[in-house]
Ligand binder design. Structure first.
Ligand code: PHE
Length: 464
């Protein structure tokens, strides 16, 4: 029985944390966060963002780590089986089975749909790394340059297929040990580079108008804007909640999958919190200080407010250009690091999907890897074929905001209804290096589900 099989485990604690951070820190932090912030009124977005972090993100991070490690005990590491496990550990097997099937199917669809555009953005980083090396965007209008890039079908296809094929090879051969070693080097490098870039960005003055300085950009983000929030309350609140799930890799079962390789007696309470903090630092402090301030200074507030999907790619080349020739080197490395950051998130999703096929449907991992590749190819093509990015934006809205929040509800059902909060708390504290305040247990039982349900109802009514 697979449940008795000895599972692989993370080699070291630091390796585990950096791999979890590698899973969470991705293009969401440096590409999607600035865009959403910009599109949703800057300081208006930050308010529901922090509320969602506190009420949804942190508590559900603990839920996914705890249920994930528990799942690993039974030789299962994905969302579907998680429900069977809950049923075994507690009572209600029939209910657990229903949720396993529905939850598993939504999770599989959401993950594949998310990748249908996410891997394209990884492709954009590959292209921009090449453009930096060749100096292609030097001396041109960077907004038009971006649009020209996505209209360049050949370049888009080639740079999309590169990460796709690399993902396939890694998943097909199963290189989990390699991922841990890779993340240990890549993650610290990414942080160091991002800090340097953030400092450069926030000290940059506008070459166009003095009042468009990067400080004005920071002000746009950090000045709470209740008025803008109240005008578009549901849309902004849902986008912010979805962003928390997106950035922490929550909802789909991916954290559970990684956590299932944690050894039984090892700490999860502190590790989960550390990972979340590392990710939030990369997102809010670093991700927030790079693209928007630069875009503000070089492209102006109107471009920022348009919240284009390409905002980060329109903004960043300006910083590198401002550094002269060294900027070409910096740009090449930065986009390459982003490429790897996106790739380590994508491999977490890819491995998870093959694990889901293997553990739930008993499909051999290699065949599973081929199936996932073909689905990605099929779903990703329409994105490449629409250079207006309309379909992309629509998809990102539904998947990244709405569906991830729906999946979050499944986490709550597992933790509160099937597994029971007291069991969860016990599991969470086994081998724990910190004691999680009981306050969070009550949040999980009340405010977390309530907030999700209100958001879903509110946005649905608002939509019609
Ligand atoms: N968290 C990753 C990011 O911010 C994306 C991701 C989402 C990865 C869901 C895994 C699961 O880019």
């Amino acid at each position: 029985m697979s449940s008795l099989k000895e599972r692989e485990a993370w080699a070291t604690r630091i390796g585990l944390i950096l791999s979890m951070a590698g899973n969470a820190v991705g293009l969401g932090n440096f590409w999607r966060f600035p865009r959403l912030l910009a599109a949703n009124g800057g300081g208006a977005f930050m308010i529901p963002y922090f509320i969602a972090l506190l009420l949804l993100g942190i508590p559900l991070m603990w839920v996914e780590w705890a249920t994930g490690r528990l799942g690993g005990k039974y030789g299962h590491g994905t969302l579907g089986p998680m429900f069977y496990i809950m049923a075994r550990e507690s009572v209600k097997p029939r209910k657990a089975l229903i949720f396993a099937v529905i939850g598993g199917m939504i999770a599989f669809s959401v993950t594949t749909l998310l990748n249908s555009y996410y891997i394209h953005v990884i492709g954009w980083t590959a292209a921009y790394s090449i453009y930096s090396a060749t100096g292609a965007y030097y001396g041109v209008d960077t907004v038009n340059f971006f649009f020209d890039h996505i209209k360049n079908f050949q370049m888009v296809m080639v740079t999309w297929l590169i990460p796709m094929i690399l993902l396939f090879i890694a998943a097909f051969r199963g290189v989990s040990k390699g991922i841990e070693a890779f993340n240990k080097v890549m993650m610290p490098l990414l942080y160091v580079f991002a800090v340097v870039l953030a400092i450069r960005s926030i000290t940059i003055g506008s070459p166009i108008r003095p009042d468009w300085s990067s400080f004005a950009g920071l002000n746009y983000i950090w000045k709470p804007d209740f008025e803008a929030l109240s005008k578009n309350f549901w849309v902004i609140s849902l986008a912010a909640a979805g962003k928390i799930f997106f950035t922490l890799s929550l909802g789909m079962g991916i954290i559970q999958n990684y956590a299932s390789y944690v050894r039984k007696g090892d700490d999860i309470a502190l590790s989960a919190l550390t990972t979340a903090s590392l990710n939030e630092f990369a997102e809010v402090i670093l991700g927030g200080s790079i693209a928007i301030p630069i875009a503000y200074a070089y492209l102006g507030p109107d471009v920022v407010r348009s919240g284009s999907l390409g905002l980060a790619f329109m903004a960043l080349p300006n910083v590198f250009t401002s550094m002269g020739e060294v900027g070409r080197f910096f740009g090449t490395i930065w986009f390459l690091l982003l490429f790897f950051a996106g790739w380590t998130s994508a491999i977490a999703m890819y491995n998870y999907l093959t694990a889901l096929l293997e553990e739930d449907l008993k499909i051999n991992r290699k065949i599973g890897a081929v199936i996932v590749f073909l689905i990605y190819l099929m779903l990703g093509l329409p994105v490449a074929l629409d250079p207006t990015l309309t379909y992309f934006a629509e998809l990102d809205n539904w998947v990244g905001s709405y569906l991830l929040v729906v999946l979050g509800l499944f986490d709550v059902i597992v933790a509160v209804w099937l597994f029971k909060p007291n069991n969860l708390w016990k599991e969470l504290h086994e081998g724990a290096l910190i004691k999680v305040p009981t306050f969070f247990k009550y949040v999980l039982m009340t405010l977390t589900p309530l907030y999700i349900i209100i958001l879903l109802i509110g946005t649905t009514i608002d939509y019609y």
